[in-house]
Design a protein around this ligand. Structure first.
Ligand code: NAD
Ligand code: IPM
Ligand code: MN
Length: 365
């Protein structure tokens, strides 16, 4: 049988709740394909701050680098919100993305037929939406220098950040996006703010250059304000969206709501080589943490992406996706995707139902 090592980073808030569900589902689905895992759970985010004084201990990054893939819950919480920059849980997350060099963040927003009624958009608008947001993850304003606090020429206090992109950073995310679009419906929309920002003008120029390597993919460009509007006006016009770090952060939360809930959206963060990082796009949801209310499906589907994109184990990934659909077909819903006539369950029960659906699958021959 095949063996892989997985680093688990439960993190804060609902993180441990959703990771516990995803771990069980991952283990069972993979075992049906003859795959075994060794899990190593490491502290990260606020949990690591409380334990070690830093949001990403060296041991955690080391373990992550040594493993075959990393599955993260979520980090952050009120308790650490006032911390200095280097002592914020969020800084730990940016550091692990940087440390693993996972520059390409795939965030698929798919409206499942079972959840059309959970979308806040009209049925005819939401039905059939299938968008892949390809977000640049290790550059842009999140990492650009100069940054910090200071004073302007008049002595007024300021805070500042810089949006910077090097050509190689845009080229490599563009290639990931074009390859992704090729396997989908062959359409890319590059989202920028090239009417105002130099970094976006440069972004667009590089995207146009790379597009000549992919004549089979249809490329279009859109300003981010228009894209935010178009996503709720007519989301079906989009296939693959490629965009920078901050626009991708914002647009993927927006896209998640078309599918019914942010609690449904998984993600895969990949580099040129080395382990990928897999995490739901949502945060630690401090407002519902510890109440067994979280939707674990975004993390369960992130585990499926781990199998598919991280380990190349497509059949095991399909088992998880099928089990999620089966569970939704049976009517089970957490609060965030509840609609009348369905069965309201908590995080744990949703996890148990997904496990039952995996159990009822036939083992691989
Ligand atoms: P959030 O995504 O945590 O929550 C936004 C809203 O969505 C909340 O009402 C929450 O209850 C709901 N929600 C989120 N996930 C859900 C789920 N699985 N099931 C049901 N409902 C869900 O965003 P926020 O409130 O802006 O941020 C909270 C904390 O999380 C902050 O500290 C932030 O920095 C952090 N954060 C972390 C990550 C991450 O770890 N990748 C991502 C985003 C935000
Ligand atoms: C996300 C989060 C993070 C981001 C924060 C918590 C650093 O919002 O994963 O989408 O902005 O990338
Ligand atoms: Mn975000």
């Amino acid at each position: 049988s095949k063996r892989y090592s997985i680093t688990l980073l439960p993190g804060d808030g609902i993180g441990p709740e959703v990771i516990s569900v995803a771990k069980n589902v991952l283990t069972l689905a993979a075992s049906l394909e003859g795959i075994e895992f060794t899990f190593q759970e490491m502290p990260m985010g606020g949990a690591a701050l409380d334990l070690t004084g830093v949001p990403l201990p060296d041991e955690t990054l080391f373990a992550a680098k040594q493993s075959d893939a990393v599955l993260l819950g979520a980090i952050g919480g009120y308790k650490w919100d006032a911390n200095e920059k280097h002592l914020k849980p969020e800084t730990g997350l940016l550091k692990i993305r940087e440390g693993l060099k996972v520059f390409a963040n795939l965030r698929p927003a798919t409206v499942l037929p079972q959840l059309v009624d959970a979308s806040t958009l009209k049925k005819e608008v939401a039905e059939g939406v299938d968008v892949m947001v390809v977000r640049e993850l290790t550059g842009g304003i999140y990492f650009g220098k100069p940054r910090g606090f200071g004073k302007d020429e008049n002595g007024a206090e300021i805070g500042f950040n810089t949006e910077v992109y090097a050509k190689y950073e845009i080229d490599r995310i563009a290639r990931v996006a074009f390859e992704t679009a090729r396997k989908r419906r062959g359409k890319i929309c590059s989202v920028d703010k090239a009417n105002v920002l130099e970094a976006s003008m440069f972004w667009r120029k590089c995207i146009v250059e790379i597009s000549s390597e992919y004549p089979d993919v249809e490329i279009s460009h859109m300003y981010v304000d228009n894209a935010a509007m178009q996503l709720v006006r007519n989301p079906k016009q989009f296939d693959t969206i490629v965009t920078n770090n901050i626009f991708g952060d914002i647009l993927s939360d927006e896209a998640s709501m078309i599918t019914g809930s942010i609690g449904m959206l998984p993600s895969a963060s990949l580099g040129e080589s080395g382990p990928g990082l897999f995490e739901p796009i949502h945060g630690s949801a401090p407002d519902i943490a510890g109440q067994d209310k979280a939707n674990p499906l975004a993390t369960v589907l992130s585990a499926a992406m781990l199998l598919k994109y991280g380990l190349g184990e497509e059949s095991a990934a399909k088992r998880i996706e099928a089990a999620v659909l089966d569970t939704l077909n049976k009517g089970f819903r957490t609060g965030d995707i509840y609609s009348s006539g369905t069965k309201l369950v908590g995080c744990k029960e949703m996890g148990e139902e997904v496990l039952k659906s995996v159990e009822s699958q036939v083992p691989a021959a």
